[in-house]
Every structure is written in structure tokens, then in C-alpha cells.
Design a protein around this ligand. Structure first.
Ligand code: PLP
Length: 396
């Protein structure tokens, strides 16, 4: 009989957001007509920018005419899309060639697929609390996982040390769930560590657009030595509202190599085998994000989420609980009051004020005792949730 991948049995039985959905559905079934204020899952609520919509429409029309119709595109990305992304980096002072950009259907796909580049014996370092897909994708791929827990004392920003035994490092900044952002100095330490060890950093920059402090790095390629030690995985999901439209990109420097093999050439080989690229229409829509008009419009949406963050931060300041994030990230990470555990606090918010958040335990054991709020909801819901939180927890 065929032997199936044994590692599926090692996955935690219920993915975090499915467990949250099951709990909220059960609550709604028992309390019909309740309006929940959903501050849990990190899904955007505002529509695509008008410039993107216009470009999508134009691309659909292109596909209707023999003169402008496109069949298969280059698997690694349409030249116009790769150029638009690379220009965007170059405009921020980061030297990048167009063909170092690979189009993707989003960061989630890439975070798992990219493991194809590394030996099954490689170990993945996951800094916790972490986005759950890092662990799950590594488990499915049968990788040894090394967990690096972090806490309040370091602002949830762990430092490298020579005792860490890993080959691959998932590094997420701004971090989901904590909202913490690596400083230039700390990121430099990780890059130096990776170059010394011959390790590779998978830098998840899904939330880079939320960084407003200019001294904080938005790309790992702002750091010296990153071109020989890092891959950057990006997404238009949170940047430009593409969660349901699906588009992202991955940057692999040409000089990144290990053991005489270039990762850029390996990924090119991988993509040309495992995908036939991403649709012309989506890449046209995505390219519009990087125009001047597109950038202005996406920033209008980001400003709405940032205002939500301010609303929640003000509420948590009034309540007097410890929290981080919110300023340079669309997440707030708070300490559960009265030493509560995070699923009990989840139940308390759901049952007493009908607010849904995300229990910290879902992001790793060291997330226990903490709770995540997303700022991607509507301003009205966020304001109401903030009012209810202050009422429930009292002024600090
Ligand atoms: N990386 C992080 C840290 C995320 O939080 C998410 C989604 O929430 C993703 C990647 C996935 O993004 P995408 O929608 O591009 O698959």
C-alpha cells in the first residue's frame, strides 16, 4: 500500500483560525441575531484601489482582442510586473535587478513552496510567537523545527546566538502577531549570524507598508550582507487589499548561493516546473499598485487601518494593560488582564462583549497569556469594540 506523508499526523489538530471560527459559530447559533465585532483574523475590509480596478478592467479587455491577448506568461513573472516591483525597491534606494523579483500567488504559497530549495535535513528556526503557517509548512515538509521563544523583556524581538542550531530562519517584521519591528542593528546581527553559519533568512515582509518610523528597515535588503543570506517574501494582501485577489512577489538575489549552487537559478527551475505563472490580469492589476496613483490610493486605505490602531491603543492605554504593536503594524499584542490564559480571555470577550480577537497561545506556547487584535476591521466596529473593552476591563 502507498505510504502517505507521515508528517500530517504531527500537525496540531485544529488550525488556530478554524478553532476561532468554530467557537464564534457556536456562540452565534446559541445567540441568534448577535452582531459580533471581529477583531480577530487579519483580513482587510477595504476594497482594492481605483487604479488597480481600472488596470484589472483594462487587462480583461486586452484578453478580448486578438492583438492584445496574452496566453502563457513567463513563469517567474511578466517583465512589466517584475520591473514595477524592482523600480519600487530602487526608488527606496535598494539596488535590485528586475529578474531578482519572482511573481507569486501570495506569501502563504511561497512560505511553504520555498522549502523545496533546502535539504529535508535542514532545520527551520521559528521565532515565536509566530504566524502559524511557518510551523505547519515546515512540519508538512518534514523539517526539524527549532523554536526560539521571545517575551516582553526583548519586546518580542529575539537576538541570534551561536548556540542556535538551525539552517533556515523565518523572520517576520513587522511581526504577526506581536506587531514588533526589528531595528536595523538587530536585523544586522541576524544577517551577520546567517552569513557566518551559511544559514538562509526567509524574511516575511507582508506588513512592511505599515512601518512609519523612517529609521526602521522595511526590507532585509536595506541591511549589509543580506544579498548573500536572505530571501524576501512579500505580498500585496495587506499592502493593497489583495487577500481575495491573490498576488505577491519574492526577491532572491542573484549572488545568493550555498555549496556552489545559486538559489536564484534553483527557484527559476522550480517555478518553471511547478507553475505556469500568475494570470496576466492579476499582474496588470498588481503593477498598478506601484504607480504613483496606486501608491497614493493604497496609503489612504492604510491610513484607515492606522486610525483603527490608534483607537485600540487609546482604549488599552485607558485600561492600563501592557501591549506592543499598533504603531508600525496592523496588530496590537496585549497582555491578558489578571493573569488570564488567552483562550479564557477569548471566551470572556466573546461572551461578555461579543468582541472576537485571537488568543496568543495560537502563535506558540510563549504567546500564552497574550492576545492579538487586528486593526483591519471597519472604523465603526473598532470604535465600538474599544468602547466595550474599556467598559469591561475598567479604567487602569
Ligand atoms: N505572512 C504573514 C506574516 C501573514 O500574516 C500572512 C497573512 O495573514 C501571510 C504571510 C500570508 O499572506 P498572503 O495573503 O499573501 O498569502
Amino acid at each position: 500500500m502507498i505510504e502517505l506523508n507521515p508528517h500530517y499526523a504531527e500537525l496540531k489538530d485544529s488550525y488556530l483560525f478554524r478553532r476561532i471560527a468554530a467557537k464564534t459559530e457556536a456562540y452565534c447559533a446559541a445567540h441568534p441575531g448577535t452582531r459580533l465585532l471581529r477583531m480577530g483574523i487579519g483580513d482587510v475590509s477595504l476594497p482594492l484601489a481605483p487604479a488597480v480596478i481600472r488596470s484589472l478592467h483594462e487587462a480583461v479587455d486586452d484578453q478580448a482582442q486578438i492583438a492584445t491577448f496574452h496566453g502563457y506568461l513567463p513563469e517567474c513573472g511578466a517583465p512589466f510586473f517584475r520591473r514595477a516591483v524592482a523600480d519600487h525597491y530602487r526608488g527606496r534606494g535598494i539596488a535590485l535587478s528586475d529578474d531578482e523579483v519572482f511573481v507569486s500567488s501570495g506569501a502563504s504559497d511561497e512560505l511553504g513552496d520555498i522549502l523545496d530549495l533546502f535539504s529535508p535535513s535542514s532545520a527551520a528556526l521559528i521565532m515565536e510567537p509566530a504566524y502559524p503557517a511557518y510551523v505547519d509548512a515546515s512540519v508538512i515538509a518534514g523539517r526539524r523545527i527549532v523554536r526560539l521563544p521571545s517575551g516582553e523583556e526583548s519586546g518580542f524581538l529575539p537576538s541570534p546566538s551561536d548556540s542556535i542550531d538551525a539552517d533556515l530562519v523565518y523572520l517576520c517584521s513587522p511581526n504577526n502577531p506581536t506587531g514588533a519591528v526589528f531595528s536595523r542593528d538587530l536585523l544586522q546581527k541576524w544577517v551577520d549570524w546567517a552569513n557566518r553559519r551559511g544559514a538562509i533568512i526567509l524574511f516575511d515582509a507582508a506588513y512592511e507598508v505599515f512601518i512609519e518610523d523612517h529609521e526602521l528597515p522595511r526590507s532585509i535588503f536595506e541591511i549589509d550582507g543580506a544579498r548573500t543570506s536572505a530571501i524576501e517574501i512579500c505580498s500585496l494582501s495587506k499592502t493593497a487589499g489583495f487577500t481575495g485577489t491573490r498576488l505577491g512577489y519574492t526577491v532572491i538575489p542573484l549572488e545568493l548561493e550555498r555549496g556552489g549552487q545559486r538559489l536564484h537559478a534553483m527557484w527559476t527551475r522550480n517555478r518553471t516546473t511547478k507553475t505556469n505563472g500568475v494570470s496576466y490580469i492579476l499582474q496588470k492589476g498588481g503593477a498598478a499598485v506601484f504607480t504613483e496613483e496606486g501608491q497614493r490610493q493604497i496609503r489612504e486605505n492604510i491610513a484607515v487601518y492606522k486610525q483603527n490602531a490608534k483607537t485600540l491603543m487609546k482604549a488599552l492605554d485607558r485600561v492600563g494593560v501592557w501591549y506592543t504593536g499598533g504603531k508600525n503594524a496592523p496588530y496590537l499584542w496585549m497582555k491578558c488582564p489578571d493573569g488570564m490564559n488567552s483562550w479564557d480571555f477569548f471566551d470572556r470577550l466573546l461572551h461578555e462583549i461579543q468582541v472576537v480577537g485571537t488568543p496568543g497561545e495560537g502563535f506558540g506556547q510563549c504567546g500564552e497569556g497574550y492576545f492579538r487584535f487586528s486593526t483591519f476591521g471597519s472604523p465603526e466596529d473598532t470604535e465600538e469594540a474599544a468602547r466595550r473593552l474599556v467598559k469591561l476591563l475598567g479604567e487602569g
